[in-house]
Design a protein around this ligand. Sequence first.
Ligand code: NI
Length: 180
Amino acid sequence: MLSKALSLSKGRVESISACFLNIDNFLFLCYYCQKRNTKVDSMSDIFRFGISLPKDLIDKFDKLIRRKNYTNRSKAFGDLIRQELIKREWHEGKEVAGAIILIYDHHKRELLNKITDVQHDFQKAIISTQHIHLDHNNCLEIVAIKGNPKEAQKLTDNLKSIKGVKHATLSMSSTGKDIA
Ligand code: NI
């Protein structure tokens, strides 16, 4: 069914059955659409296609995206696709971008020195840090990173495991180069 759908791709509007919708086929179609669009000069070129889904599923999807403030399905679908493409970038070890958020009590002995030491060890991956004093005791630090995904994860793990760090989380994003 997917090949049938793709064979129709010369038209501007395509109808594709839901049966292709396992995530790999869906991503393949996304890559295909992206590749196809790069052949066109205009950045605003839009590829339109129809998809068929069970009514119950689309009703739930509509309810979900309304709660998330989306005003149309296209933007919501686009964001889901981007999320999957970004996951794949991390999985495939491409250059990625993201941010680590840390919460810690700066009164803990040697904690600041340890955090600084770890950050110096990963100096190539860190592009910026921001320190915010949340209250008398607690600090929030945002570490912006760009580079190898494994290094980003290792940096997060090393920061998280320092005694006195209350919470550390890695937000995985993309450099945006391969995401339309
Ligand atoms: Ni502080």
